[in-house]
Design a protein around this ligand. Sequence first.
Ligand SMILES: [Zn+2]
Length: 580
Amino acid sequence: MRTNIASILCGVIAASGLTRAAQSGTPIILISIDTLRADHLGIYSYRKIATPHIDSFADHGTVFSHVDSQIPLTLPSHTVLFTSTYPFQNHVEENAEIVPSTLVTLASVLRKHGYQTGAFIGSSLLARRFGLDSGFDTYDSPFNLQSDETLGPYSVRVRRDGALVTRAALNWLASKRGQPAFAFIHLFDLHTPYSAGGLIPNTAGYDTEIKYVDQVIGHFQDALKRSGWWDRSLVILLSDHGESLGDHGETSHGYFIYQSTVHVPLIIHWPGGAGNHSARVDEPLGLIDVAPTILNFLQIAAPSSFAGSNLPSQTYSESVYAHDAFHWAALRRLCAGTLEYIDAPQPELYDLAADPSELHNLASKRPDETRRLREQLTKLRAAHANNKPDAAKDTSPAATAALRSLGYLAGGGGSKKGTAEPDPKQRLPEYQAYEKALTALYSEQPAAAVAGFNRLLAADASNTLARYYLGEAYVKLARPNEAVREWRVAIQHDHNYAPAAIAIGKLYFAQGLLDKASAAFQEAVTLAPYDFEAQFELGRTEERLGHYDEAERHLALACGFLPDSAECQRELSELRRKMK
Ligand SMILES: [Zn+2]
């Protein structure tokens, strides 16, 4: 059984003979390079490109060779990182869900201990409105998630260049000289679309972006050295998840939970005077263990809600993406030592020491170990079970547009009870065909998209998302009647699928058919009374119809769901002016 990370670091601290006073107030600089696979860095033995600056964090530092992401999606993974809770505990299992404000975060603990706290964000996926800002004095996420209708639905700003993120962080650090400071830096440059173009992840484009990020990190590190922060700070470099780049048939991340998306880098640079430390730690640990590790180093007691340090010998990961989108099975994974178990209708067991690419499923050959790991997985989930309701979701048009422009789809309806859920790996060809049709849709090739979605629906008429996007493709082809027909069928198949009713309403609204639009939005709020977009669009439509009281009721509800939506506040105050 391995020693846990906390005890390794206790060992580090004990060996160094540091006093408590020497560590308290140590600056913490936490860098998350979004979408960075460990095995594309030189320090993790990658040879196709050089990453000298990132690798140099390991000089007088510690490289952790076996670190797992608990969930390969940006907002959920950072929620794990900051709250040290499992996704099934905190209920943030998809992007655009709202992080519950009741969760204790690393930033809030550090602030309570006198730290100045600042976050510098590279992507709208971590925009302030999603709630990850809890505990930060400064949360610099300049993403105005209000769609600009004059520029089209995908005009929202969704990312910030790494050079600008690090510059903002350096300016902030310069103002905190001599104070205990915690800076979180989020770099999003590795995520598609790449700067050289291309919506679909590929190794060449990905490696080019890594070389760029390595330079950004080099400049940042130089500036930290010049200003004295580098030597005084605990600097942590990690990633929230990897990128599949074709491994196991997946191109990006979120669908599967294999090594390509779950294995992430973690390199810790210790402050000067931190004494002896291991150059390399091979024991498995998770991103969930990072916050307890930082607090442990600072000799600050971890809050009881932190689950990370209680897990001495195993790491857990999950993906519920295929389940939420298509009603296929959720995937859950437990890694213990070199054995990796993936719980799915057709279970998988890999020996990562002998088979790091997960090509030989040993589940039927080694049934005892498979059963043992399944039992441990069940036990872990039961020990951290949480019956709280699912997290609220930001369904505003701008947030949805931002998600789409980054290649994330909107989720489907609720799960279907009583039918066995298919294994995502068996439905992979379907998923690939779906992604291809979606890419065609977003690359302004609606005819190809219609053909692709129709092929999918011929094989499985209950694929609600395919039908939803088929409707969008028909709209782009100026065939609105067919769009409405498909969306009607979607609602028939999937009884609480409000997005289809909203789409019908928006189409009628655009055509000036306000009564029909109102009826469709009424249907949407009946299907999903807590949906921002449904209430907002119904309010706007009632206003155009001159039904001001009705309009005010729905707009007030919508603004209550998303208090920081400037779009909603503007609409409501204009309405109230008219009502006077
Ligand atoms: Zn990410």
